[in-house]
Write a protein that binds this ligand. Structure first.
Ligand code: MOS
Length: 750
């Protein structure tokens, strides 16, 4: 296992997932699989009304069942803080955070109103079915189109949200133009459906401490939240999430299962597990419903003269969730006159929130549908149209990009896809009885970097550990972390152990916004370089100083040895250096505060870009659309691991196909409940829906964007993909469907 002859692993190698074997053999334990003594199982009872008050909860029959220990409600729960600020997690939005079982008020349908705690899951579930609730109903509204009458511009600046910046005079330019389009687009509510249900196991340690295994993207955020809400001192709450079965944003903020499990553990002084059902997964955070009105105008040569891009998204009655929807179109295209207004509107649901590429998945995708309409109105090939209106700078902020190889992405994607075989007229391409369509869209996302800390520990035999609190939500963080560490110290990846998902480890923000690979990679490299510096200091203790006081830039590290670049024959082993200095380990903890000169200082835009090409085949008699081919060319600077990066793009593209054809939460507004709250009726792509997907990473050297020159790729794959598919459907059929998803009824409807 520790063969020093293994080749050192390098950044850029397509390394297999280091956690792959643990996952496929079931050794990787998720939140609901952690054992605990005298564990109680909590079953959540959900409200059947969307708004009003609980008058009475009849739990006598439930309590009479053998094995039921408690029925926890707002009436008998332990004391909780009264003020909002105690419930504000690090990623909260303006407003009043939801508190389950706080009082008798019902704010949304399927709100948790009681938890049955029993010795077994089955008993808890059965007993929960016996609970009857009397309500006093109030009028609710879950219909976004009705809510839009009261839409408003969000005002709160504390959340960091900024309104889109207008330029020129878009209204006049639009009015004066001859060639123009205007259209409204609609995106329904989407629910995150990670394979792993939201789940928490609270282990009651009996000495005032709790260990909380939670499905979350940020264990330190949950730790801070639980400490504030339940009055634990922070060192008495340890939150762990070593493995996370997907989250897509649903685990950025603490969800109600962790709150309920901790509340019950505190009440009963026992270990408690709460796992939501798949139906209950449709009762909390979701991608907001959206409407977007886009008006575009060009001159006769196809140059954009006006962009008007207004959008509204849904939020709850109690919090203001905002996302960046309008900016993408304004940033991406050169045009002197552009305006946008972003508004939100309240419905009686749980607060909407971040879902994979929040804002861009909505706003860039819908905008790219309008761009296709404009290209057709101007009678210009959709790819040519985008090149005519290409902007080398961020056209909204008027700032340069650290890099933007979108032109190369268009070119390489088009070549691979065979865009040139496309005949422009809709309905002009056929394959047997199916219509064939080729469509295109652009994607754009942020290249974020966040300061975080990493602990590194080297043993004389070259075994290396790197650790940080943050999580791997399935993206490959363990792997890229180990890979960067191996690269820095010249080790094979087999010698490196990466540890994540534990609030007691060094400070790390929640995994989100495609920031982790760039951020953790940089922190690992800084920590491992510091280890190497200490090795060199230790090497100076060796008699005769074989390295002659060499500095880090004078040596190479490989195979557990340090060698002089000028004379590679002069080398010493890590072990010899450490024993000369009497060291059993070399340990470094790099903290964000200890670092100066991070990137992110210059006034430049940091973004990933993509060009997505889609081929569809449409059976017009049945309205069936098959996405037969996708080519996506991604410009994301340096790729740490092409294998895990490709997987992220594939997942994003699959989700984008789901946006185009499948995903839609359907609400019965009379009762205010999502009706298709299961994976039988809330459709997502199945294997048969996914055909060829080719991923290209274009060359985009960018030493400036982040310390390693890396841009994250967790989200860019979804942005624009649905537009490429829907634009292809138009090319195939000549039908514009502006309300997603493009289900067969919309295609058959003429
Ligand atoms: Mo992502 S929506 O930042 O988990």
């Amino acid at each position: 296992m520790t063969s020093p002859t293994l080749t050192p692993t390098r950044i850029g190698d397509p390394v297999d997932r280091v956690d792959g074997v643990a996952k496929v053999t079931g050794q990787a334990r998720y939140a609901a699989e952690q054992p605990a003594d005298r564990l109680l199982y909590g079953w959540v009872v959900s409200s059947s009304i969307a708004k009003g008050r609980i008058v009475a909860i009849h739990d006598e029959d439930a309590r009479a069942i053998s094995g039921v220990v408690e029925v926890m409600t707002h009436v008998n729960r332990p004391q909780l803080p009264r003020f909002d600020h105690s419930y504000k997690d690090a990623l909260c939005v303006p407003g009043s955070p939801f508190r389950a079982l706080y009082d008798e008020r019902i704010l949304f349908n399927a709100q948790p109103i009681a938890v049955v705690l029993a010795d077994s899951l089955e008993v808890a579930r059965y007993a929960a079915s016996l609970i009857e609730v009397d309500y006093e109903r109030e009028t609710h509204n879950t219909d976004f189109t009705v809510a839009l009458a009261d839409r408003f511009v969000p005002q709160d600046k504390r959340s960091g949200f900024e309104a889109p910046k207008n330029r020129g005079d878009a209204q006049s330019a639009y009015g004066a133009a001859r060639c123009k389009i205007a259209a409204d687009f609609h995106l329904p509510t989407h629910y995150h459906n990670p394979m792993e249900l939201h789940a928490t196991t609270v282990v009651w340690e009996g000495d005032g401490r709790i260990t909380v295994y939670d499905k979350t993207q940020g264990p330190q955020n949950v730790q801070g939240y639980l400490s504030a809400v339940f009055g634990f001192s922070p060192e008495h709450v340890r939150v762990k999430n070593p493995y996370v079965g997907g989250a897509f944003g649903s685990g950025l903020r603490p969800q109600y299962q962790v709150y309920l499990a901790t509340l019950a553990a505190k009440m009963l002084e026992r270990s408690v597990r709460v796992v939501l059902t798949r139906q209950q997964m449709f009762s909390h955070v979701h991608r907001p419903e959206a409407v977007q009105s886009v008006a575009l105008a060009t001159d006769p040569s196809g140059r954009l003269q006006a962009i008007i891009n207004d959008a509204a998204t849904s939020t709850s009655r109690f919090e203001d969730y905002m996302e960046t929807v309008c900016d993408w179109g304004l940033m991406n295209y050169a045009c002197e006159n552009a305006s946008a207004e972003y508004t939100i509107a309240r419905v009686d649901t749980y607060t909407s929130g971040d879902m994979r590429a929040p804002g861009a998945a909505t706003g860039m995708t819908l905008f790219e549908l309008a761009v296709d309409e404009m290209a057709y109105a101007a009678n210009i090939d959709p790819l040519e149209f985008r090149l005519i209106n290409y902007s080398d700078k961020n056209a909204m902020d008027d700032t340069p990009f650290t890099s933007k190889a979108l032109r190369e992405a268009y070119a390489q994607g088009a070549a691979k896809f065979g865009w040139s075989r496309r005949t422009p007229a809709p309905r002009s391409m056929k394959d047997g009885r199916e219509l064939v369509g080729l469509g295109l869209a652009t994607g754009m996302w942020d290249a974020l970097f966040r300061q975080m800390a990493v602990h590194a520990r080297l043993l004389p035999n070259g075994d290396l550990e790197v650790a940080t609190a943050g999580s791997d939500i399935g993206t490959g963080t363990y792997t890229v972390m180990a890979q960067v560490a191996a690269d820095t110290l010249g080790l094979p990846i087999e010698k490196v152990t990466a540890t994540l998902g534990d609030s007691s480890l060094p400070e790390s923000p929640a995994e989100g916004g495609s920031s982790m690979a760039a951020s953790v990679g940089a922190a690992v490299q800084v920590a491992c370089r510091a280890v190497a510096e200490k090795l060199l200091v230790a090497a100076d203790q060796i008699e005769g100083q074989p390295l002659g006081g060499a500095r880090l830039e004078d040596v190479t590290l490989a195979h557990g040895r340090i060698a002089l670049k000028s004379d590679p024959a002069r080398s010493i082993s890590f072990g010899d250096a450490m024993s000369a200095a009497g060291l059993e380990t070399i340990e470094v903890e790099d903290t964000p505060a200890s670092r100066s000169g991070s990137s992110g200082q210059s006034r430049k835009s940091r973004n990933t870009h993509s060009a997505i090409f889609a081929e569809v085949k449409v059976d017009e008699e049945l309205g069936v659309v098959r996405v037969t081919r996708i080519v996506i060319a991604v410009a994301a600077a340096r790729i740490i691991n092409p294998k895990t990066a490709r997987s992220q793009i594939l997942g994003g593209v699959v989700m984008g196909i789901g946006m185009a054809l499948h995903e839609e939460a359907l609400t019965d507004h009379r009762i205010g409940r999502c009706m298709n709250r299961n994976l039988g009726e809330y459709h997502i792509p199945a294997h048969a829906d996914i055909r060829d997907i080719e991923v290209i990473f274009v060359d985009e050297p960018d030493p400036e964007v982040t310390p390693l020159g890396v841009k994250g790729v967790g989200e860019i794959g979804i942005v624009g993909t649905a537009a490429a598919v829907i634009n292809a459907i138009f090319h195939a059929t000549g039908k514009r469907v502006r309300s997603l998803p493009v289900t067969l009824d919309k295609l058959l409807d003429s």
